[in-house]
Design a protein around this ligand. Structure first.
Ligand code: 5RP
Length: 246
């Protein structure tokens, strides 16, 4: 007997979701190869990083000793739930390795991050780490950064002035596009640090270094989602398996 078109569509949808999750798991599994017993480990945020936390928790349960520094309250909650031992970055200010996801990665390992709103802590933790391993699926690999809206974390004070300053800085680099305040439920999305996120639809960002420098120079900008020169390698999972970009 034939199934209805809606039923077939929903089956196809769930197959697709399983594939996407399997790829995240594949990337997370491959990242475990870089984790050594006794390491001080930065632990990223997002659905791919959460697969890594689940696999890490199994290793911890089997006797593997690591000390984790979470990049968000969300990641901290999952680690605590699964028994992954945590320290604060103040307790462990120098880390061996951070494993984190990304929204975009280009072939020079430049990233856009912050889709999950954790970019500030993610960048602080990655900067405190000797190495950063990015875990992602093929859909995140791009030739030129910018199809994903660039998250920019701003102080709530003077947010309109900061928005105007961002527009002017972007325009000097030939970039334009909507910049919108990220919302959650009825109000603005608030980061773990109590800041706001502006999502900038610049489209292609040919000179990510220049944009990063100009955004850093705006006082109301707390941090932005361009991670440049931070990733040591990226594990990219696709339907055929995982490959390493370095
Ligand atoms: C959170 C991030 C995430 O790493 C990024 O959004 C990727 O998330 P996901 O693995 O769910 O696609 O930067 O701030």
């Amino acid at each position: 007997a034939g199934s209805s078109p809606a039923f077939r569509a929903s089956i196809r949808g769930s197959e697709w979701r399983m594939d996407a999750r399997q790829m995240k798991i594949k990337a997370a599994e491959a990242a475990l190869d870089y984790v050594e017993d006794g390491m001080r480990l930065g632990i990223g945020t997002g659905s791919t990083a959460e697969e890594f936390v689940r696999l890490l928790a199994e290793k911890v349960a089997a006797g593997f000793r690591i000390q984790g520094v979470p990049t968000s309250e969300r990641t901290a909650r999952l680690c605590l739930e699964l028994g992954v031992p945590l320290k604060s970055l103040d307790e462990l200010p120098e880390l061996d390795l951070t494993v984190d996801g990304a929204d975009e990665v280009d072939r020079r390992l430049r990233l856009i991050k912050g889709g999950g709103g954790a970019l500030l802590r993610e960048k602080i933790v990655a900067a405190a780490s000797a190495r950063m391993v990015v875990i992602a699926d093929e859909s995140k690999v791009v030739d030129v950064l910018g199809a994903f809206k660039l998250p920019i974390e701003v102080n709530p004070f003077g947010q309109i002035a900061t928005l105007i300053a961002i527009e002017k800085a972007a325009s000097r680099l030939g970039l334009a596009g909507d910049i919108t305040l990220r919302t959650s439920g009825d109000g603005p999305f608030m980061t773990d640090g109590g800041h706001l996120i502006l999502d900038a639809s610049f489209g292609r960002i040919p000179d990510a270094e220049a944009l990063a420098a100009d955004l850093n120079a705006i006082p109301g900008v707390v941090e932005h989602g361009l991670f440049i020169g931070m990733a040591s390698l990226a594990i990219i999972a696709g339907p055929e398996g995982a490959r390493v970009l370095m």
